[in-house]
Write a protein that binds this ligand. Structure first.
Ligand code: FMN
Length: 147
């Protein structure tokens, strides 16, 4: 798995706390590899400029996305993403703005295969020093098992 194209770290946003938002949604009919490649390309183009990092998971017809960055950037991106017709039934699973450290500091927005997501999340949970981060990651793992 290629982890980063770009070194982005919190030093570029020293005053801002890190906002973390996790949601899941249902992919629209016809959304497959080609569409997802376009989404990833768009994200990799836009996200670094807004200090946003994270991961996108697609599997079984569902999206699962972890976004982290300055609160205003994450929330405005989330408004844009929510209105995207390529998915529906967008449900925010957790939103937290007390997290200071990024869990995916070098991931401008990578597509993670469902088969790999458990490993990615467990690794992140292990290296998380903040209990809120651990909680959010464990919630994601629970959602993953329930899906
Ligand atoms: C599941 C999903 C995840 C997305 N994630 C991002 C993202 O992280 N960053 C981003 O800029 N656009 C993302 N998009 C695309 C946006 O909804 C929107 O199409 C895009 O930001 C518009 O960019 P453009 O005007 O340059 O085409 C996502 C779309 C979907 C359906």
């Amino acid at each position: 798995m290629e982890a980063n194209h770009l070194q982005l770290n919190d030093e570029s946003h020293p005053q801002q706390s890190i906002h973390n938002l996790v949601y899941c949604s249902r992919g629209s009919a016809g959304v497959g590899e080609a569409e997802i490649a376009k989404i990833i390309a768009t994200a990799q183009h836009h996200n670094p400029r807004f200090g946003i990092t994270g991961i996108l998971v697609f599997g079984g017809g569902f999206f699962f996305q972890w976004l982290e960055g300055p609160k205003d950037s994450v929330q405005s991106l989330m408004r844009i993403i929510s209105a995207d017709p390529r998915h529906s039934s967008v449900v925010v699973l957790s939103q937290e703005d007390e997290i200071r450290e990024r869990l995916f500091p070098n991931w401008d927005m990578e597509l993670v295969e469902v088969a790999d997501i458990r490993v990615v999340l467990e690794d992140a949970a292990q290296s998380a020093s903040n209990p809120n981060q651990k909680k959010a990651l464990n919630l994601m793992l629970e959602e993953l098992d329930a899906a």
